[in-house]
Design a protein. Structure first.
Length: 265
């Protein structure tokens, strides 16, 4: 595969994975336009880079008082919340990759969830008088429900961070706390996917898809994604958050309409 193409897709993955705009939709679309075969092996390399970026960015919050009771309970809740998406991903991996990557599914999903994001931000962000502002205060029930909602994001065009953020808001989490929790949820899901690939002995698939030169292309794939994921996290930390779900919702709707027009007109 062309090294420049790998770098471009790595940049797209690094930016879109952490925003509620569906990284899968963007990766599939860019793969189509650049004529890149977006396989599960290549996606795992991208996910590994994003996972490293999240761990580095939230290093203190993850490892501070790691062996305290509160932190261990929080990590157990995180593990519980990750199980539904992990199991669903294993069971339906082939179906998702073979049947759900059609442009009409991407376009429709982008528009539908974009509309829902705008609706949730405008109608539900103020329904709870006392909101949860600390991810470690999320209850077992809330963690599981948020994790369960994550399974819907296996449908390309949905957005894992978007749907978990909306679910968190509906359950009484502060908007950014729900968004931040989606980052933590991605660590076991994306990291577990990377490990699973090696357990299935698909290393050859990675080497084949990145092409020559193999080592430089793998480094570019992982560290390109890591770098732009970190940059995205730093920007997200500093932007105004008053109506950002509405902003991303409008972006999704516009992109979804463009996708449908491009592929079906």
């Amino acid at each position: 595969m062309d090294t420049l193409k790998i770098l471009l897709v790595s940049i797209v993955q690094g930016i879109t994975e952490l925003l509620p705009i569906s990284s899968s939709a963007h990766i599939i679309l860019f793969g189509t336009l650049l004529k890149i075969d977006i396989t599960s092996a290549l996606l795992v390399l991208f996910h590994f880079g994003t996972t490293l970026a999240i761990i580095l960015f939230f290093w203190k919050k993850i490892f501070y008082k790691l062996f305290s009771k509160n932190k261990l309970v929080f990590l157990l809740k995180l593990f519980l919340a990750s199980l539904p998406a992990g199991v669903a991903g294993l069971l339906f991996e082939n179906t998702i990759s073979s049947r759900l990557h059609h442009p009409w599914i991407l376009g429709t999903s982008l528009v539908f969830w974009g509309i829902l994001m705008i609706f949730v931000e405008r109608k539900f962000t103020k329904i709870h008088k006392e909101k949860i502002n600390d991810i470690e205060e999320i209850s077992w029930k809330q963690a599981f429900i948020i994790g369960l909602s994550q399974t819907v994001a296996l449908i390309p065009g949905t957005s894992r961070s978007g749907i978990t953020t909306m679910t968190g808001i509906l359950l009484g989490l502060d908007k950014y706390t729900a968004f931040e929790y989606s980052f933590f949820l991605s660590i076991p899901v994306l990291g577990g996917t990377f490990v699973w690939l090696f357990l299935r002995n698909q290393v050859d698939s990675i080497l084949r898809i990145v092409g020559e030169p193999i080592i430089p292309n793998i480094i570019i794939t992982i560290f390109g994604t890591l770098l732009f994921s970190l940059l995205t996290l730093f920007v997200l930390k500093r932007i105004k958050r008053k109506n950002w779900l509405t902003f991303f919702g409008i972006y999704r709707i516009c992109l979804g309409i463009l996708v449908l027009l491009y592929f079906y007109l």
